[in-house]
Design a protein around this ligand. Structure first.
Ligand code: PXG
Length: 465
């Protein structure tokens, strides 16, 4: 069997990668000059690179490896399914056992009347499905003009043309003609950065009421749906004030606007419940899922939809689907992931062990001169870097410059902690232990100290005026 353990020297791997591999969300020319880090294997919460360094992955890959790396059961299930039925489609009056079992399992786990699953290969695909599905839903109900979707600035819903348009990332919209028509963005509930003198509660309410204003501006008869992540992930782990989501739900109900909760990051335990919607106390009509569904071991996503939507969509032919919708190997791997989560009672570990330990660790970092505050929901958190805590000041340097410096110190110190602007992001595997959280805290503190020293030397501790 081929193995990638006995590999070429790192420099040669880097050269080959630079010559042929185009990386997502990367200035490839810069990366080629710098040299990419080659990850060769991983176990638990640690990655190993081609030079043998052990790196603590506080991001669970890209917010997805919830079970941690190297669970042999996952590979065994994949192999068994590959041997039994590696592929079959679900388009033409056929189905297969992993698809049936996973849809049933998700219906059991999902709240309320969310009992039906449309599978996709990723979160982006699932959100494209949602965009079309809500439009078809209203068209079927004789209201084709109810087709506009409202989202938030700085939201992340994927990278395809549809899902990238649903998202509110300016750098994405600046390339390739996004957003497509019919999608509108309101402000995000980011109190730390945008709340000014309002209390978090006042600000949460005000930001939710932007939805009502936008619906009234467009006309409720034109608005199909609102989409939001219960806690914005890629936008910087933005935990909305407690007033936000109940008001959003109220407004959606009042104007007959469908509520899509994008659970791609929040789903499957990340916020301390099966779904972020439960943590936020909302009942969506559709949930987008991916990432933690399979702990990233196989690419799979989907939309879990309500009885009402499934009934309306089910009365017509929905001309939509992906070759790999419900791929049997990916579905089997997802099922195994959910089985392990349930059998090992991962939710209790998250709630009773990991969340308290992470809170203690982050509290310990709170005194650091660079740390202005911490956003935390379950096992996702962000540390806000600031030159001046009391005023929640931004740095005079370009947004993200300080975050990048800190990220570089983390990476050099064998810690993966991503930056979003000047926020440091944490989303570790959900199996992380208190001892591993201690290692995280120690490496994070060292990286913050190194960042502080660096900023001081470069005279970058100044606040923006
Ligand atoms: N919704 C949400 C909330 C996400 O976070 C997607 C949809 C799209 O999923 P796919 O599987 O198509 O990637 C995501 C993905 C980052 C980062 O740097 C975050 C994501 C993807 C890539 C990078 O934080 N989130």
């Amino acid at each position: 069997m081929p193995t990638f353990t006995n590999h070429l020297p790192t420099a040669e791997l880097q050269a080959l990668d630079a010559a042929h591999h185009m990386h997502p969300f990367t200035t490839n020319a810069d990366l080629a000059a710098k040299g990419v880090r080659v990850i060769t294997r991983a176990k638990g919460v640690f990655l190993t690179d081609s030079d043998g360094n052990e790196i603590l992955d506080a991001m669970a890959g890209l917010w997805c490896v919830n079970l941690g790396y190297g669970r042999p059961e996952m590979g065994q299930v994949a192999m068994r399914q590959m041997n039994e039925l590696p592929y079959y489609n679900t388009f033409f009056q056929t189905t297969h056992l992993p698809g049936i079992a996973l849809a049933k399992q998700l219906a059991d786990l999902a709240p309320g009347s969310l009992n039906h699953v449309f599978f996709a290969g990723s979160g982006s695909e699932a959100n494209d499905t949602n965009l079309r599905m809500v439009r078809v839903y209203w068209a079927q109900k004789g209201r084709p003009e109810k087709s506009h979707v409202i989202s938030r600035m700085n939201a992340y819903h994927g990278s395809s043309v549809g899902s990238g348009s649903l998202g509110g990332m300016t750098p994405m919209h600046e390339q390739g003609g996004l957003p497509i028509p019919g999608i509108h963005h309101i402000g995000q509930p980011d109190w730390w950065a945008e709340g000014g003198d309002q209390t978090p509660e006042e600000f949460g309410l005000a930001r939710a009421q932007e939805l009502e204003a936008k619906i009234l501006e467009l006309g409720a008869e034109k608005v199909a749906a609102f989409i939001g992540e219960p806690v914005q992930g890629a936008g910087g782990v933005i935990v909305p004030p407690a007033t936000y989501w109940p008001e959003i739900q109220r407004i959606c109900k009042k104007y007959d606007v469908l509520l899509i909760a994008d659970e791609v990051i929040c789903g499957f335990g990340r916020t301390g419940n099966w779904f972020g919607s439960e943590t936020m106390g909302i009942t969506p009509d559709i949930m987008t899922i991916a990432k933690g569904l399979s702990s990233g071991y196989a690419p799979i996503g989907g939309s879990i939809v309500s009885d009402e939507i499934a009934e309306v969509i089910g009365a017509c032919e929905f001309n939509h689907g992906y070759t790999y919708s419900g791929h049997p190997v990916c579905a089997a791997v997802a099922l195994e992931n959910l089985r392990i989560m349930q059998e090992e009672d991962l939710l209790s570990h998250i709630r009773d062990v990991a969340i308290p330990a992470l809170k203690t660790a982050l509290d310990g970092l709170g005194d650091h001169p660079l740390v202005g505050g911490v956003n935390i929901s379950g096992l996702m958190a962000s540390i806000q870097l600031t030159p001046h805590k009391e005023s929640r000041a931004k740095f005079a340097a370009e947004g993200g410059a300080v975050g990048y410096i800190c990220r570089e110190h983390c990476f050099a110190n064998n810690l993966v902690m991503r930056h979003v602007g000047d926020r440091m992001i944490i989303s570790p595997p959900l199996v992380i232990t208190p001892e591993e959280i201690d290692i995280f805290a120690k490496r994070a503190k060292q990286a913050l100290d190194a960042t502080y020293a660096d900023l001081k030397e470069k005279e970058m501790l100044k606040a923006a005026s």
